[in-house]
Ligand binder design. Structure first.
Ligand code: ADP
Length: 395
């Protein structure tokens, strides 16, 4: 590979080395606090202005974390110092770049970053592949003692341990998602058949059942419905995560859709749905999926704000989009929980008496995002919550 160092920077085992790196699924991923914290610690420990953690694949050095170096996410392997540091399992220490043949004319030395000191420790996998580096950079030359070398090496080990932990965590999440996808898929058919049988018995019941058995039948039917709702949510969330999810648009009236799908929530007489605003507005969207969002938001208001007699629905015309809000006067949601509320499997811990998997709002958010709209919530503890979403009107 052509490079600014003028040496061969591709080790013999490069293909295996890159495969070992790919295994960790860390290339080109977002910044993560645990790695940034190691860099911040390195800067603090060594009194150094810059530290970063890089992973190196066949062509590119990806900067996973940094302290004192913002705005650079990757550099070409042909220019990044990491390419040289991964050649040896020992530390690469350049106490003064201007006195080192490999680096004295390097563009980051004479030009851009004005690097005068570099210390890089290889990040080595348990099976011996060097997948990246943690390094220190200074704009002045400096000495690096043996004890500093030992500390930097330990930090590289820490990065490797963090990379392993991260991978184990990812694997567990993948296993969980696979299990949910398979289990929910397998459960749907027998569950539908169970519901159909219960419905058949219910509809063809010629009063041969006594009152207790009648009650049991109703109980079984209601619980099969609940179970079916949970299984369908799991199935749908899996399809969304795998991006197997499409939108079939048609034109419909949003207020009319709300009226037609939310009647079930007012049947008990405990809640009243009051719709304000633009009752005639038409949208071009997936009717079934938007219905699912509305049912979910109103259903949550009923479920999590049971004392809220009035649930308000507002439909606002905002020029290029329409905004629908569902407001309850329930217990509200604490501010520290709000940023997580649309995350998959997130449930607030003060509502664990209610059934739910923490998937409803996640599914709503994905449906709205897929339509090019936005979703959000504002809430005050003790006063209530407003969940809202927008849909573009030009599509
Ligand atoms: P689930 O499917 O388990 O009901 P959701 O994704 O719909 O989960 O909601 C996530 C969490 O948000 C719930 O556990 C609940 O604590 C909280 N939540 C949702 N809607 C409301 C609301 N209107 N008022 C208070 N808390 C709410």
């Amino acid at each position: 590979m052509d490079n600014v160092f003028g040496i061969d920077i591709i080790p013999d085992n490069d293909a295996e080395r890159v495969a070992a790196l790919e295994h960790y699924q860390i290339i080109n991923t977002h910044r993560e606090k645990a790695f940034d914290s190691i860099c911040a610690l390195a800067c603090e420990l060594f009194g150094c202005p810059i530290s970063h953690i890089s992973f190196l694949d066949a062509d590119t050095e990806y900067i996973k974390a940094a302290c004192g170096l913002d705005g650079i996410a990757k550099v070409s392997r042909s220019i990044g110092f990491c390419a040289v540091a991964v050649l040896e399992p020992e530390l690469l220490i350049v106490e003064d770049t201007l006195l080192n043949n490999l680096f004295s004319n390097h563009p980051y030395v004479v030009d851009k970053l004005q690097i005068r000191f570099y210390a890089g420790a290889p990040i080595i996998t348990p099976d011996g592949f060097i997948i990246g580096t943690i390094c220190l950079i200074d704009t002045a030359p400096r000495k690096f003692s043996d004890s500093e070398k030992r500390i930097l090496k330990k930090l590289a080990n820490l990065v490797m341990e963090q990379t392993e932990l991260r991978y184990n965590n990812l694997s567990l999440i993948q296993q969980r998602d696979e299990f949910i996808a398979i289990a929910s898929h397998e459960m749907r058919t027998p569950l539908t058949s169970l519901q159909a049988s219960l419905q058949f018995i219910n509809e063809n019941n010629d009063s041969s059942l006594n009152a207790t058995n009648q009650r049991m039948l109703q109980h079984a039917y209601r619980n099969a419905e609940k179970l079916s709702h949970l299984v369908n949510e799991m199935f749908e969330a899996s399809r969304i995560a795998e991006r197997q999810f499409s939108i079939n648009k048609s034109i419909f009236n949003l207020a009319e859709l709300t009226d037609s799908c939310c009647g079930v929530f007012t049947q008990t007489g405990k809640h009243q749905l009051v719709t304000h605003g633009e009752k005639y507005i038409q949208v071009n969207a997936d009717r079934q999926k938007i219905e699912q969002v509305v049912v979910n938001l109103v259903g949550n208001a009923v479920k999590y704000a049971p004392q809220s007699k009035i649930i308000s629905i507002d439909i606002e015309y905002l020029g290029s989009e329409v905004k629908m809000s569902v407001t309850d006067t329930g217990p509200g949601i604490e501010p520290d929980k709000l940023p997580h509320i649309f995350r998959r499997f997130y449930r607030t811990d003060n509502n664990l008496t209610q059934t739910g998997l923490g998937l409803g709002l996640y599914i709503c958010a994905e449906i709205i995002r897929e339509h090019g709209g936005e979703i959000g919530v504002s809430s005050n503890v003790g006063e209530g919550s407003t969940f809202w979403f927008t849909l573009p009107l030009n599509s």
